[in-house]
Structure formats: structure tokens, C-alpha cells
Write a protein that binds this ligand. Structure first.
Ligand code: 5GP
Length: 118
């Protein structure tokens, strides 16, 4: 699937749509989900035009992958989630009900989570 530069996260990256940012670096942005499902529900996205983890894992530079991975851990620690535990999740494509076609990892935490199996 070709990257759609008008998806909502592309607009957030361009500053055309507001977001509650919690982390930003050269390659990565993190912000609160607009419809939080847990007390902490944060989305981490790469700044590059990657539809999903599928093309990110294939096309992103090592620096982008490193920054993305480190940002996820840092955001979780910064929000006090590391001690009690949290969940990271990425929906990839139609079978996983990915709604926004720009790679994003959800960080869920701040409460005891239910077991999650497909
Ligand atoms: P997906 O189903 O693609 O994995 O999740 C998309 C997520 O993006 C949803 O949890 C949804 O609440 C969130 N979302 C959709 N539009 C916006 C928006 O405009 N701003 C923010 N902060 N989150 C959004």
C-alpha cells in the first residue's frame, strides 16, 4: 500500500492537527491517544512515511529503528509504567484492524490489563 500523506498522523506530524505530545526526537513522535482505552494510552510513531511495521522493518534506517525502539521504552519509563508493567501493541493491516495507515505502537498502562490473546 502506498503511503497516504493525508492520513491523520501525517497531519499531526506537520502540525496541521493538534496533539498532546509527550516525546519528540529527530526520528520519532509520541502523543496521547485521543480516545484512551487505559489510564495511560500513548501512541509512538516514526516521523518517516511508513504505513505499517511491515514496511518500516524493511525500509527504515538503523537510526530510525533504534530511535523508535528507544522512544517506546523511554515514554513508558517517563510515565511510570515500567515498574508495574504495560503493554505495547501495533495493529498491522486489515486483519489486525489497523485504522490509521501510519505505523504506530500503542502503549497501554496505568491499570491491571486483561489477558490478550487473538
Ligand atoms: P489503530 O486501530 O490504527 O491501531 O489505532 C489508531 C488509534 O489512533 C486509535 O486508538 C485512535 O483513538 C487514535 N487516533 C485516531 N485519530 C486520532 C487523532 O486525531 N489524534 C490522536 N491523538 N489519536 C487519534
Amino acid at each position: 500500500m502506498a503511503y497516504d500523506p493525508n492520513n491523520i498522523f501525517a497531519k499531526i506530524l506537520r502540525g496541521e492537527v493538534p496533539s498532546k505530545k509527550v516525546h519528540e526526537d529527530e526520528h520519532t513522535l509520541a502523543f496521547h491517544d485521543i480516545n484512551p482505552l487505559t489510564p495511560s494510552h500513548i501512541l509512538v510513531i516514526p516521523k518517516g512515511p511508513y504505513v505499517s511495521f511491515d514496511d518500516f522493518s524493511e525500509k527504515a534506517s538503523d537510526a530510525e529503528i533504534a530511535a523508535f525502539t528507544r522512544a517506546i521504552g523511554k515514554v513508558a519509563r517517563d510515565h511510570g509504567l515500567a515498574g508495574d508493567g504495560y503493554r505495547i501493541l501495533a495493529n498491522i493491516g486489515e486483519n489486525a484492524h489497523q485504522e490509521v495507515p501510519h505505523l504506530h505502537v500503542h502503549i497501554f498502562g496505568g491499570k491491571r490489563l486483561g489477558r490478550m490473546l487473538p
